[in-house]
Design a binder for this molecule. Structure first.
Ligand code: NAP
Length: 287
């Protein structure tokens, strides 16, 4: 690693909390692998201080920032420019220095798309089941629309939230693309061999035994279970998917690729497949 000097560029993560983040590991490894004179640090930002944090980063000439929970939507009000995809998704996780401020991007969804491709999961022309209707589930539905999925079936514990997301995505699509269900109504979803994206927070550390759907009959219809959770590395959802005969993936590759895309935006440097694979191995060890 470069010893920081007068030319060192600074990037960081703002959010609350940020203490357990793996992003410094990912970003500083890429800086080292590509010989960039760049450091990446986590910065906890208290409620109410988001605008001051972005202005402070600008004043200190930070090259860029990542943004995490709970500021991915609120940060939009503090941007100079926004990328059209991030605007449609309604969430920004990457800020890139531009004339007079920062331009906001969403690298979570391009990251998920790249991760799925790498895992051999094809989206185009496919009906996809999404578990959840929070910020990430909504973003996944928009990404699937952009990438040519045939449709999505949104299952959520609170059905009204799934309905609101489906309505919004259908408005964007200009056609009936998304349908909403309560979790227990999965029997209404047509077909077999589902691709299921698990976008709820159920099962995340420390609540490792939680899972949004328990019923083994659900999992017998799952061909691919793609959990966006990366801690733990193997969730109950993944175990149930495999017990039902399906293939299961976790969210570690998505985490790596959202970081890779952010780094590429900041530095204009391409991250090789070898470095990305190495990062995935590091994540598996770290978890
Ligand atoms: P969010 O807005 O808080 O939404 C949480 C969702 O989980 C809601 O749909 C909620 O249902 C559902 N839920 C929570 N506990 C549940 C339970 N016990 N049973 C059934 N459903 C439950 O969260 P988010 O921002 O969308 O994030 C969702 C997940 O995405 C995160 O937990 C994280 O694991 C993952 N993620 C991964 C990455 C990555 O890089 N891999 C990046 C970002 C996020 P209700 O509407 O009924 O409350």
């Amino acid at each position: 690693m470069h010893t920081p000097d007068g030319h060192t560029r600074t990037c960081g993560l703002i959010g609350h909390p940020v203490a357990h983040t793996l992003s410094p590991l990912i970003q500083n490894h890429m800086a080292q692998a590509t010989g960039q004179n760049l450091v990446y640090l986590p910065f906890p930002v208290a409620a109410g201080d988001l605008g001051a944090a972005v202005r402070g980063a600008l004043a200190l000439d930070f090259l860029g920032l990542n943004v995490t929970v709970p500021y991915k939507s609120d940060v939009i009000a503090h941007l100079t420019e926004i990328d059209p995809l991030a605007e449609r998704i309604g969430a920004v996780n990457t800020l890139v220095r531009c004339q007079g401020g920062y331009k906001g991007y969403n690298t979570d969804m391009p990251g998920l798309y790249r991760a799925m491709k790498q895992d051999g999961v094809e989206i185009a022309g496919r009906e996809v089941v999404i578990l959840g209707a929070g910020g990430v589930a909504r973003a996944v539905a928009v990404m699937l629309l952009e990438k040519g999925a045939a449709g999505v079936h949104l299952l959520n514990r609170t059905r009204d939230k799934a309905r609101a997301v489906a309505q919004e995505v259908n408005r964007m699509a200009g056609r009936p693309f998304a349908r909403a269900y309560a979790l227990e109504d999965y029997g209404q979803i047509p077909g077999e061999d589902w691709l299921v994206v698990q976008a709820t927070s159920a099962g995340m550390h420390p609540h490792r035994e939680d899972v949004p759907v328990e019923d083994p009959a659900f999992y017998r219809r799952v061909e691919i279970g793609y959990d966006l959770i990366f801690n733990p590395g193997v969730t109950r959802f993944m175990k149930l998917t495999e017990s039902g005969g399906g293939r299961a993936y976790n969210g570690a590759r998505m985490l790596v690729y959202q970081g890779v895309i952010a780094f590429e935006l900041w530095t204009g440097t391409h991250i090789s497949q070898g470095t990305a694979d190495e990062l995935c191995r590091m994540m598996a060890q770290a978890l």
